[in-house]
Design a protein around this ligand. Structure first.
Ligand SMILES: CC(C)(COP(=O)(O)OP(=O)(O)OC[C@H]1O[C@@H](n2cnc3c(N)ncnc32)[C@H](O)[C@@H]1OP(=O)(O)O)[C@@H](O)C(=O)NCCC(=O)NCCS
Length: 188
């Protein structure tokens, strides 16, 4: 089932997404801010793995596309349920550079978070963000996430340690009045 936001649709991976998917994984600048792969990997294997996880008990793996032109993939978004008992999941997304700072990221996160709280009955969603990833920090703050923790010296790079910020959001439906009002209005 597609997940539809105001601006985006989050759909399953399709054949035409292969090039976008490979470019995204290969992009060294994106790999630097997400600590992903920048080295060659088996892309066919990655794509098969991503497709197999479109909707699984362990989460959701989707292509971010524009609602007006859903054929063209703009990026990927992943929700991994890390604790089934606590109903807690980790979220991560990557957009092609040409489609950044146009509101796609914010709408994709908001749509997936609403879906996760309403349909998957999750209680808590979080993201790990490297301290210098200003774009990601701002994006999650705009979506109602709050800084919950700082993990010291988790990532070492060029001999320097980098802090990792944990940003999280709890389901407003399962919270008292302290729930996030912007997300509550999206859900109701
Ligand atoms: C992080 C990322 C997904 C943001 O998506 P996006 O579509 O560009 O973000 P949006 O256009 O929805 O912007 C949301 C907010 O973040 C701000 N923002 C976006 N990029 C920014 C940047 N480079 N620097 C500062 N703020 C930025 C926007 O200005 C907006 O805030 P505002 O309305 O107050 O101005 C995108 O930059 C990306 O794919 N980065 C590489 C991968 C990554 O870092 N993923 C996150 C780790 S899981």
């Amino acid at each position: 089932m597609d997940i539809t936001g105001n601006k985006v649709v989050l759909r399953a991976i399709e054949e035409q997404d292969k090039e976008m998917f490979v470019d995204l994984i290969k992009d060294p600048q994106t790999a630097k801010v997400t600590k992903g792969y920048s080295q060659p990997v088996s892309y066919d294997r990655q794509i098969r793995w991503f497709r197999s996880k479109t909707d699984s008990v362990n989460g959701v793996h989707r292509i971010i596309a524009d609602r007006e032109d859903p054929h063209a993939g703009l990026g990927i978004i992943i929700l991994s349920i890390v604790d089934q008992e606590a109903r807690s999941a980790r979220i991560c997304l990557k957009l092609m550079r040409a489609f950044r700072q146009k509101g796609y990221g914010e709408d994709a996160v908001a749509a997936l978070v609403s879906y996760a709280f309403q349909e998957l009955k999750l209680n808590h969603i979080y993201s790990h963000i490297l301290e210098y990833n200003q774009a990601s920090r701002r994006l999650f703050e705009k979506c109602g996430f709050q800084q919950e923790a700082v993990q010291k010296s988790r990532v070492n790079e060029d001999g320097r340690s980098r802090n990792v910020y944990v940003y999280g959001i709890s389901c407003p439906l399962r919270l008292s009045k302290n729930g996030n009002p912007s997300m509550a209005s999206r859900i109701s």
